[in-house]
Design a protein around this ligand. Structure first.
Ligand SMILES: [Cu+2]
Length: 251
């Protein structure tokens, strides 16, 4: 198995990658988070984990806006490191980063919802397709601001009054665009934009599925906002399900 690493070291976190690939004879996984073409049949499924110690989630002070502070009886916590039992890791985007050249995919008509609630962005990491609508909902009783800082798309910066909804989209692939609220400095998120449907964002159980892949050889990448990226190569035959785990090693 040929393996590639990309490094993205932040602060004093040094990351190594431990790889674990196996094949099993399960039927194709279902439950895709985004529509994929029917009839292609191959799947990559797995878990994202970490070894070592990730930082304790930081407490977010919302005292600058009493409306926000009142929404949290206890401290709100940073979503940078969301972990589950057995060292599983959430808020990781797992996606096909190479192997789909020449294929095009219809953009889903449905919007992806990106909410501002409790003066936090939800979800913290959101993924959608290029040119798919991002429906931004302000569920709070205070004005928010959505300010993406893209490298490969147009930058914009919009205030959003309490209780309102806006729509925007990003035309070009970019993994991932940092988003901030200019009103509330603790509000941060990432929006990942894909030109294909083969991506997933892990919940805290770390699991992901990339179903309905055409048979082929792919590079699969895992992205975490602080731990950087890891890549692995994998080949899937028609109808085959392969397991592929990622382990971020944190020192
Ligand atoms: Cu805000």
């Amino acid at each position: 198995m040929k393996t590639q690493y990309k490094w993205n070291i932040l602060a004093c976190l040094a990351i190594l990658a431990t790889l674990n690939v196996s094949v099993f004879a399960a039927s194709a996984a279902s439950g895709a988070a985004n529509p994929t073409p029917a009839g292609s049949g191959a799947s990559v499924v797995g878990k994202v984990k970490f070894t070592g110690q990730v930082p304790q989630p930081a407490k977010l002070s919302m005292n600058a806006d009493p409306t926000c502070a009142k929404l949290h009886p206890g401290p709100a916590m940073s979503q940078e490191f969301v972990t589950g039992s057995d060292n599983t890791l959430g808020n990781v985007i797992v996606f096909i980063s190479d192997g789909l050249a020449g294929r095009t995919f219809d953009v889903p008509a449905e919007a992806i919802t990106f909410e501002q609630k409790g003066c936090e962005y939800a979800p913290h990491v959101v993924a959608l397709r290029a040119n798919q609508k991002l429906k931004m909902v302000n569920s709070d009783n205070t004005t928010h601001n959505i300010h993406p800082l893209p490298a490969n798309n147009r930058e914009w910066n919009k205030a959003e009054p309490a209780g309102t909804t806006m729509e925007e989209s990003f035309p070009r692939e970019e993994i991932a665009i940092p988003v901030k609220c200019n009103v509330h400095p603790w509000m941060k998120s990432y929006v990942a934009v894909f030109k294909h449907p083969y991506f997933a964002v892990t919940a805290k159980d770390g699991s992901f599925q990339l179903p309905n892949l055409p048979p082929g050889e792919y590079t699969v990448e895992a992205w975490h906002e602080k731990l950087g990226t890891m890549t692995q190569k994998i080949t899937v035959a028609a109808g085959e399900t392969k397991a592929l785990d990622f382990t971020f090693k944190v020192h």
